[in-house]
Ligand binder design. Structure first.
Ligand code: COA
Length: 227
């Protein structure tokens, strides 16, 4: 199976559409990731990425044949694709355990705070749980990134823990927050309430059973495991 079949050409939401990245998106990546404000929110290192680093990252993780990155575009009637505003991706896909890490960066700062990133994350989670059959999506976020934390909570991520004082930024230490969402969390949030029994409201994990029938095989997932 060709790895690209893991992601469709498009994932369509109400306000945004996720498309596969194309090589021409590199110029936007260079602009985004050389911005100190984006670096502050997304990078462990203090300071923006070097242009050559951005090129390597783009080639390997964004348009690489086994990458699971999607471009976030605004959904604009009559314009296809609409404005490119960011990127979101899964990494460290682990087929044995059905898990992956999630990342998102809206690089166009004027689009922050309008729900676009939150909707893009929902589209990615829907794909992960409903199509890829993954079990767990995790992420980490710096504690000062309140907008991101709130966005993740809105789509159903739960707080898992904190690495205390893991990040030095703006002259002080901050915690790094770990969050995750399980397929059972997702199903609970998206099942129509009237169709749920009290037991179902607790979710399959809590009932001691898991639906493994929808999970991708380790071989299928292996095609995407980060090396
Ligand atoms: C983080 C990100 C994906 C969130 O997507 P978004 O579409 O901008 O988020 P939303 O507009 O849905 O806002 C999410 C929540 O943050 C709140 N919010 C918006 N701006 C805020 C701000 N400046 N400070 C605190 N909270 C803010 C919103 O009100 C909303 O919460 P609410 O619905 O409970 O009121 C996006 O802003 C982004 O990519 N930022 C830059 C890169 C980044 O931080 N990436 C994440 C690294 S872990």
């Amino acid at each position: 199976m060709h790895p690209r079949t893991w992601f469709p050409d498009r994932l369509v939401g109400r306000q945004v559409v996720l498309h596969r990245h194309v090589p021409a998106n590199l110029s936007a990546f260079k602009r985004w990731y050389s911005d100190p404000q984006i670096a502050r929110l997304t990078r462990y290192q203090d300071g923006p990425m070097h242009p050559s680093e951005i090129e390597r990252f783009f080639a390997a993780r964004v348009v690489g044949h086994d990458s699971l990155a999607m471009a976030v575009h605004l959904r604009t009637p009559g314009r296809e694709p609409g404005r490119l505003i960011g990127s979101c991706a899964f990494s460290q896909l682990d087929g044995d355990n059905g898990s992956a890490l999630y990342h998102i960066t809206l690089g166009e700062k004027d689009t922050w705070g309008r729900g676009y990133g939150t909707e893009a994350t929902e589209l990615m989670l829907e794909h992960a749980f409903e199509v890829l059959g993954l079990h767990r999506i995790a992420l980490s976020v710096f504690e000062f990134n309140e907008r991101a934390v709130r966005s993740y909570l809105k789509v159903g991520f739960r707080l898992e823990g904190r690495a205390r004082d893991a990040i030095w930024r703006d002259g002080r230490y901050w915690d790094e927050i770990s969050m995750s969402i399980l397929d059972s969390d997702w199903q609970r949030r998206h099942a129509p309430a009237e169709r749920q029994t009290p037991a179902e409201r607790q979710g399959p994990a809590d009932r001691g059973e898991r639906d493994s029938s929808r999970r991708a095989s380790p071989e299928q997932v292996a095609a995407h495991v980060d090396r």
